[in-house]
Design a protein around this ligand. Structure first.
Ligand code: GLU
Length: 442
């Protein structure tokens, strides 16, 4: 059976780093198996869902290079949910309830007071047809619960957490539909996973108990549940669930100059036993993807680790990948010369300005100025061959080490540090280099 995974965000906000990680892992799982990765927009909550967030989710996935093989929207599938719901109702697996939130709260407190698990007591199941009819006649719309099969123990082998067991006798029948007819997340998700042939559900461990109830929903719908895996949540570098991570998304990463390759390389391996490395080759990450390497401890997200990875990734990016983001005129040779010095791509403009000039040079001592005049003359013979130039100057002046190199670097770039001069000098060109050396010589 071909692998089908899905990423199912609710468009009630922008994707944050935790969602991005879930999306990535589902994408990788599908790619590794040669299967399909679906984007499912969970927009049954009409009030909180926004079209701008749907667009944002699509744009973020495109930026990350996680292109879905198909897109579905829950808001256009309401008739399908109704049909499945009718079947469940006919089979007695969903039932109407009329308790108010206050009544339920009271029931919970009473149960706790008696030392019982605070689960719904199924009082609504005891209502007679006449009682239900009277409520409906009075215009009281019910909400609906899914009837758990308390005889059927719930167990699955989780792709990350290993064997899992839940006792349905300790669980409340979940509400699946509100009194206004709108859907809660649980049942439509199952109906869709069946309809879309989803074979693997990979999501955060905050969904583990949902999985327990959803497994019974699959069975109630006559379907075989997919394989489930729940990954440990992402925490801040201080080890706590952080509010900041909950709003940290692609826009902020872009603003910080983080490249999608860096984010992908980090999130692909964070929380696994595989080392986080600056792997820009996505196929290599996919080939190594293995749920069996995921740990159960929370994965720590560290901005500094991401920044380090980002510069290491930038140092590998080919010209074709970055050409559009580079300053006009900057060619492949310039990119290759400058990229080892960049921590973010926008730094390229800065170094390109050093290449094209003008550069301002700090004032130098008289002997350094005389040395630079000699260097300007030497350019005529050595051209832009840095090694030939410095070998020549070393022989003619007796300078070596810093006194040999630093005045040249200062005169040519206006800075004490930067890319290899051997790579930079040909970019500056012989004429411009001579002019800069002469200017610095005064
Ligand atoms: N819309 C749900 C969420 O964002 C989907 C969960 C799932 O993957 O089943 O939590």
């Amino acid at each position: 059976m071909a692998t089908v995974t899905r990423f199912a965000p609710s468009p009630t906000g922008n994707l944050h780093v935790g969602n991005i990680r879930t999306a990535l892992h589902n994408w990788m799982l599908a790619k590794k198996a040669g299967g399909r990765f679906l984007l499912r927009i969970d927009d049954t909550d009409a009030e909180r869902s926004r079209e701008e967030y749907v667009d944002g989710i699509r744009a973020d996935l495109a930026w990350l290079g996680l292109n879905p093989d198909g897109e579905e929207r829950q808001s256009v599938r309401l008739a399908i949910y109704q049909e499945a719901f009718d079947r469940l109702e006919a089979a007695g697996r969903v039932y109407p309830c009329w308790e108010t939130a206050q009544e339920l709260d009271l029931k919970r407190k009473v149960a706790l007071g008696r030392g019982l698990p605070p689960i719904y007591d199924r009082a609504a199941l005891a209502l007679t047809e006449a009682e239900k009819g009277a409520k409906l006649a009075a215009g009281e719309q019910p909400h609906w619960r899914f009837l758990l099969d308390r005889e059927e123990p719930i167990a699955w082998v989780d792709g990350v957490r290993g064997p899992q067991k839940f006792d349905p006798a300790t669980m409340s029948d979940p509400v699946v539909r509100r009194a206004d007819g709108s859907w809660l997340y649980m049942l439509p998700s199952v109906i869709d996973d069946v309809a879309m042939g989803v074979t693997q559900v990979l999501r955060g461990e905050d969904h583990v108990s949902n999985t327990a109830t959803q497994i019974q929903m699959f069975t109630a719908l006559g379907a075989t549940p997919p394989a489930f895996a729940h990954e440990a949540l992402l925490v801040g570098s201080e080890g706590k669930l952080s509010k900041r991570l909950g709003s940290l998304g692609c826009a902020a990463f872009r603003e910080q100059g983080i490249e999608p390759e860096a984010l992908v390389a980090l999130l692909a391996r964070l929380g696994t036993s595989q080392p986080v490395e600056p792997v820009a080759d996505r196929d290599a990450l996919v080939a190594g993807f293995d749920l069996g390497t995921f740990g159960r401890a929370p994965a720590r997200f560290d901005d500094e680790e991401l920044a380090r990875l980002n510069s290491a990734i930038i140092h590998q990016l080919p010209f074709a990948r970055v050409a559009e983001s580079l300053p006009a005129g900057m060619d492949e040779a310039a990119w290759l010369a400058l990229r080892p010095n960049l921590s973010v791509l926008t730094d390229a403009a800065d170094w390109w300005q050093v290449v094209t000039g003008p550069v301002s040079v700090p004032s130098l001592e008289a002997d350094d100025r005389a040395y630079l005049a000699q260097a300007a003359a030497a350019i005529a013979e050595a051209g832009t061959d840095w090694s030939a130039l410095t070998t020549r100057l070393k022989a003619s002046t007796g300078r070596k080490g810093k006194p040999l190199f630093m005045p040249l670097r200062l005169a040519l770039t206006g800075r004490e540090h930067g890319p290899e001069m051997a790579a930079l000098l040909p970019l500056i060109g012989a004429d411009e280099a001579r002019a800069r050396l002469q200017r610095a010589a005064g």
